[in-house]
Design a protein around this ligand. Structure first.
Ligand code: PLP
Length: 362
């Protein structure tokens, strides 16, 4: 029987959004992590230079793009040397998160492991092909018939970061199970309290052996490129080739001008550092105000969210925020373990963040 899709979680927030919009100074929406700052000029210029695109683009990406992706992983994620065969561009990372179980040929009866508190798309992608979803952060508990394991570091929504040791034990267990281990790292450049956010593909984790491992990254957040849909993936060349072949059959190809733009932003670290400082400043304004409102903020070492609780139900906290004209996301969108938390996004303008801080602490 076909899996019946749950309602899209954010649609259920409409009544609370309406309530918050009734605030005399208007709605401040901190519920969705959608970037609000300008797309960097370097991306826009590369896009328009590549605007004449009569031919079908390469599913594998242009040679320039593949080189830029490989170099980015080496430079920013300490993978050691990568070749074109280790990388592929994606249409943003969400489609790859949703489609990976399908692309890998998983079926009903296969087990897909996801984090205990997780971005909803990992489970949706597994349910769509009838796989069994197990939510567990403990490798010891991953079932013997597991085919695919998702990790997400830095986590959306909690902002927790997996250490090298945690990643190593995940790799060891995945190999024991002959399962594919996929790490979604789309917030990797936004770390606040740690020196670095290790990648699953970090040499310190893999010792240079990428067998069974893939990692995803996105330029949506680091480069305000969410509207372009520009993601990247790297890992085991055998898996990347399987992914490439399926994507060729399905026509899952980032458009040529987007490929050009993606190559340009991957080669420029400066705009990423600037954007990070914008978010750091917003975090510095919002975090003390959220604490002053009686919330405790857990994890949130990296990424674009504060994972906050006041020891009440998530809905009570969402309603309290809505009464101040602020929309936040209830933690139960991310699983039962989030039932007492809300996720507060840093993706709003400086003006809105300042106003939100006043409303939280007032
Ligand atoms: C954990 C996680 N993975 C993937 C995505 C998808 O990002 P995009 O499709 O813009 O690359 C998001 C977006 O918020 C996310 O939070």
């Amino acid at each position: 029987m076909a899996f019946s899709l749950p309602d899209f979680p954010w649609d259920s927030l409409e009544p609370l959004k309406k309530q918050a919009a009734g605030h005399q100074e208007g709605l401040i929406d901190l519920s969705v992590g959608s970037p609000v700052d300008d797309t960097p000029v370097i991306a826009q210029e590369a896009l328009s230079r590549a605007g004449n695109a009569p031919s079908y683009p390469l599913t594998a990406g242009t040679p320039e793009l593949r080189a830029a992706i490989a170099t980015w992983w080496e430079r920013r994620r300490n993978t050691g040397p990568l070749e074109s065969a280790h990388v592929i561009p994606t249409i943003g990372s969400k489609e790859m998160v949703g489609l990976l179980p399908t692309i890998l040929g998983l079926r009903s009866g296969d087990v897909v492991v996801i984090p205990e508190i997780a971005y909803p798309t990992y489970a949706i992608g597994a349910h769509l092909i009838g796989a069994t979803v197990v939510a567990s952060d403990n490798p010891e508990d991953w079932p013997t018939n597991t085919s695919l394991i998702w990790m997400n570091s830095p986590s959306n929504p909690t902002g927790s970061v997996a250490s090298i040791a945690t990643l190593r034990s995940a790799v060891a267990r995945a190999r024991e199970l002959s399962a594919v281990l996929a790490s979604d790292e789309c917030y990797a450049e936004l770390s606040w309290t740690l020196d670095a956010v290790p990648s699953l593909l970090d040499r310190e984790v893999t010792g240079g052996d990428l067998t069974g491992l893939v990692a995803l990254y996105s330029t949506s957040k680091q480069s305000n490129l969410a509207g372009y849909r520009a993601g990247i993936m790297a890992g085991d060349p055998e898996l990347i080739d399987r992914i490439l072949q399926v994507r060729k059959h399905l026509g899952l190809i980032p458009p040529a001008p987007i490929q050009a733009s993606l190559a340009a932003v991957l080669g420029d670290d400066e705009h990423v550092a600037r954007q990070k400082e914008r978010y750091r400043a917003r975090r510095d304004v919002l975090l003390p105000a959220v604490l002053a409102a009686g919330f405790r903020v857990d994890h949130s070492e990296a990424g674009l969210y504060l994972w906050a609780t006041r020891g009440e139900s998530a809905l009570e906290s969402v309603e309290w925020c809505a009464s101040r004209g602020i929309l936040v996301t209830p933690g139960y969108f991310y699983g039962e373990a989030g039932a007492g938390h809300v996720r507060i996004a840093l993706t709003a303008t400086d003006g809105h963040i300042a106003q939100a801080a006043t409303r939280f602490s007032g």
